[in-house]
Design a binder for this molecule. Sequence first.
Ligand code: ZN
Length: 451
Amino acid sequence: MALWCEQAWLVDGWRNNVRLTFENRRISSVETDVEADAGDERHAILLPGLPNLHSHAFQRGMAGLAERAGRGDDSFWTWREVMYRFVDRLDPEGVRGIAALAYAEMLESGFTRVGEFHYFHHDVDGRPYGDLAATAEAIAAAAGETGIGLTLLPVFYAHSGFGGAAPTRGQRRFVNDVDRFAKLLEGSRAAVTGLDDAVVGVAPHSLRAATADELASVAAMAAGAPIHIHIAEQMPEVEACLAWSGARPVEWLYDHADVGSDWCLVHATHITDAERHAIVASGAVAGLCPITEANLGDGLFPAREFLAEGGRFGVGSDSNVEIDAAAELRLLEYGQRLAHRGRNLLAAGADASTGASLYRGALAGGGQALGRPGTGLAVGEAADIVSLKVGDPFFSGRSGDAILDSWIFGGGRRLVDCVWRGGVKQVAGGRHIARDTIDARYRATIARLLA
Ligand code: ZN
């Protein structure tokens, strides 16, 4: 299998007339300034696929259902009530139907691996399914059907507030103690064995949901795989943590856990300078979800300072209210522009392209956070590749980094043409190859859940 393109964004920048070959789902050769062979598939522009480091796939099914004004202050916490009601009706088959659509859309937008922060485990009454990992198997089935790379992050969730508060009724489908979580993790590892290049990490849900002892036990179960946690997303969470412990969430975490480059701190929105320095120094990845954070009114992560200090970051589609790799990067930059009244604030230095800087950063940080660090299009890397619709009039007169800047700031998802994951073409002409089946199942699933 060989692809030839006019321009490719390689590890050291743009190169012309590039020929890539695949073997065993990896890139086996990269030649530049060469002619295409007769059998090569020809494209105009090739880029590495982007990792999506944080997703709750089932929430795709409730996108747009929490956009009506409530009474009083509408906030994250009223959104969460809508989510809990939706969850009340969900079952493994529903998880699969919704996740398959979300993953197809991720691939169509340029994401080639997803970190599924999977916290929905049990039956309607809160009792485990006969097969403890039934919903993890549904996620694995959706990943298998769509071909997206899966880093499954089974979530440990035991409490509703700091200090081990009992879980609420709305959380009954999420909760496990440490022993049952260990079994769930085992079941989750078994669930992904049929997938190409899957990773299973762990995810203590948040400092609200796990005590210090539980956090230590769960982190130890990662055995070198990634550890993800939601942290400091909302000010009420910061205030509750301060009231409980006298420390802020990120401060508390660094005081009580050995946070290193295997950790991903999802959101980390509300942090002090000292907390920001701690994250940078630890090598942990900040898991930023700009579209969801905007949708939920979370606040702004101090990205300008964090990136300037060498902090590692990746992006995630989180609630999946909108799925678009380019749009996540765009909004990350726009948040900083609005806050600081400047432009090109996340570019990696003078004259650097903002789009290329964001893409390079999210590629490295996202790969690190998902347990598959990569550098992009190079020999030995996974053949996770995106081609853009450069025939689109929108791209007229663009080359090199201007293509990335134009895609990210001016185009977005509609400009993705083909996507390969592990060397297999999953998206052609902007559409996932199994879309008809996935769409039909999704429609039936939603009709059933919202009936
Ligand atoms: Zn999340």
